[in-house]
Write a protein that binds this ligand. Structure first.
Ligand SMILES: Cc1cc2nc3c(=O)[nH]c(=O)nc-3n(C[C@H](O)[C@H](O)[C@H](O)COP(=O)(O)O)c2cc1C
Length: 274
């Protein structure tokens, strides 16, 4: 039940909700937008109708326009956004401190607004929200990897993990999680339209918003492969559902480092189709 409602006093009959609906299920009925009951199942639940209505006359899924943030003039200026995109760095040195839980919750809620294929919205954020839990998980993963090294059970293509274990044993230097206090794994059910892409986009949103808030992040392919490929039993420890595809992992926390300037990558690889 979509609960599609139109406030007839406010509706100007402009038809923008009709024109913008990606499922094309809104039609004018007696002069006002409506969704026929037999079309409700085709709704993407994307809320474009609520978002586009200039006077805020449309509500859907029990959501009122007054609960949304108005958009006029609210975006960051492009130069600031460019600075964030170019100034974002992979952070590999972290303070041994938890993030403020309210900030962490906020980062995740904002990342949750990332687009997903056919708006499936099934990306699950598995988060290690406490540095002491992280220390236990680090121990578990690193001791699992140590066992694989001892048993000579690392696949040839991932034999370089043995070097990371050596560094951990020798100097307690953690290459895999970079000593970060927090870990985020994005996963999604195998059976949604685009599980991998949904996870990567959500993590990109998370990373950029985190860095805008002074939180360091690094995409963590080493942790992802350790969890998803080398030690699949750790999925249970992390509580990642069996029917989920692990999209990627990212570690994050308060950085020790502070970058003073952007880097200078050469011209973009652009191929213009003739
Ligand atoms: C998919 C992906 C996986 C990555 N995996 C790791 C990793 O396991 N460990 C690490 O230290 N950095 C990892 N990185 C970070 C890259 O090395 C980094 O993005 C690159 O060197 C450019 O540096 P920058 O992010 O500071 O611009 C990864 C980045 C991406 C996009």
């Amino acid at each position: 039940m979509l609960n599609f409602r139109v406030n007839r006093q406010a509706c100007t009959k402009c038809g923008q909700c009709v024109a913008d609906c990606p499922a094309m299920i809104i039609a004018m009925e007696n002069g006002y937008p409506a969704i026929a009951p037999e079309k409700e199942a085709s709704c993407y639940r994307c809320q474009h109708c609520l978002a586009i209505c200039p006077p805020g006359a449309v509500s859907i899924l029990g959501l009122k326009p007054s609960g949304s943030r108005p958009l006029s003039g609210g975006y960051p200026d492009p130069d600031k956004l460019e600075l964030l995109l170019k100034g974002r760095r992979s952070v590999r040195r972290y303070q041994d401190e938890n993030l403020d839980p309210a900030l962490l919750q906020h980062l995740l809620e904002v990342a949750w607004h990332a687009p997903t294929g056919v708006n499936s919205r099934q990306v699950r954020f598995t988060v290690v929200d406490d540095k002491d839990k992280m220390a236990l998980l680090r121990e578990e993963v690193l001791s699992g990897l140590t066992r694989l090294v001892r048993e000579n059970a690392l696949p040839e293509s991932l034999s370089y993990y043995a070097d990371f274990i050596m560094m951990w044993e020798k100097s307690r230097y953690d290459v895999i999680f970079r000593g970060a206090p927090h870990l985020l794994v994005a996963s999604a059910p195998e059976n949604v339209a685009t599980p991998q892409q949904d996870c990567l986009i959500a993590l990109s949103y998370f990373e950029l918003f985190a860095q805008a808030n002074g939180v360091g992040t690094v995409w963590d392919g080493l942790a992802k492969r350790a969890i998803a490929e080398l030690l699949p039993e750790t999925r249970r420890t992390f509580g990642i559902p069996d029917d989920h595809q692990i999209g990627y992992a990212m570690v994050f926390g308060k950085p020790v480092v502070r970058y003073a300037r952007t880097v200078q990558y050469g011209p973009a690889l652009i191929h213009r189709v003739r």
